[in-house]
Design a protein around this ligand. Sequence first.
Ligand SMILES: NC(=O)c1ccc[n+]([C@@H]2O[C@H](COP(=O)([O-])OP(=O)(O)OC[C@H]3O[C@@H](n4cnc5c(N)ncnc54)[C@H](O)[C@@H]3O)[C@@H](O)[C@H]2O)c1
Length: 362
Amino acid sequence: MAGQIDKISVKTGKISHVIYIGNRILDSLFEKDEIRNADKVAIVASSRVFEIHERYIRSAIQHMNEPEIFLMADGEENKNYRYAEMFLEDFLAKGLTRQSVVIGIGGGVVGDFAGFLASIYMRGIRVIHVPTTLLAMVDSSIGGKVAVNLSAGKNIVGSFHQPSMVVTDISFLHTLDDAEFKNGLVEALKHGLIGDRSSVRIFESNDTDSIRDDKVIAQLITQSASFKAAVVEADEKESGRRAILNYGHTIGHAIESLSGYKDITHGEAVALGMKVKLAVSKKLGWLTDDDIKRIGVIFKTYDLVRKDVSFAPDEIIAHMQYDKKNAGGKFNFVLLKGIGNPLYNQQIDEKVLYEVLEESFG
Ligand SMILES: NC(=O)c1ccc[n+]([C@@H]2O[C@H](COP(=O)([O-])OP(=O)(O)OC[C@H]3O[C@@H](n4cnc5c(N)ncnc54)[C@H](O)[C@@H]3O)[C@@H](O)[C@H]2O)c1
């Protein structure tokens, strides 16, 4: 039986949609008009999530109009253009029309993939996201960015395609392992650092166990998702302020790429990226010792920052040269001037960055 359902309304341009957040809410929300008025429903589900939650998902979709289940093999490597083409051919073979709807059930990989399929099938049909990882609940299901990877790089082919509804059912999190959970915590903490002060307080008043409590995590997700939704509403296509959501990611991506996308998770890389960025702000006099200590306690409580890894500053900088976020010899960063106060388009000298990287990893 579904209990309380939180609702966040997201308005982009002239249209808006709702993010529903609650525990075991799939059945009730799958009866909404967004789904009822579709002639066919394509469920694009993570094969792993479907294997674990098949009974729950099947019972939630039993009254839908002609649901067709398309299982997506898990893994970032499958979020690619060729695999997408196979799904699109299948959509056509199964008779999906412009009045059909795609429902993506899974983590960010499935959400990005299902959203991408919906954005181009018959010039665009509706998509509903059912995020099942914490990262997808607080981050990737919000904002309308959909994409697939090319062999040359991640998320190269994509578009903005807002969902018509997001159904965030926290019961999925009960089967999510700690490493994946931590990836989501890092993104929620990122939102905290760049302005979502209530989330920082949730982090501060909990620990690794209590934060997984249904009530606490629902509160964190609602808080964090509302924050991201507000940033997206103000700048949907990232022509300005939405860039603050990249906080810690430029260095994080360099670390992931340096590690060959192995041995370090996305969350661990971004946490290290945020730690370096905090140190840059400290060096500029924009954060105090107390600020650094305060965030350090959160990093430690949730074990977010790896201490057993080290990277040469030159190598990190070399990998950052390929990052599109950098321009003209200087590094274009989002930096904090006080916790909760991010400034984007900050040009930082390579020398300053080098020194901080050396202090962080030397
Ligand atoms: N569109 C955006 O704005 C945006 C933002 C951030 C990240 N992303 C994308 O998100 C992707 C990463 O997403 P992710 O971190 O969710 O990873 P993911 O989708 O790969 O999921 C991680 C793993 O968790 C498993 N899983 C998912 N839900 C589960 C559950 N409830 N129980 C047990 N296992 C479960 C999956 O099968 C997978 O093995 C990347 O492709 C990234 O580019 C997109």
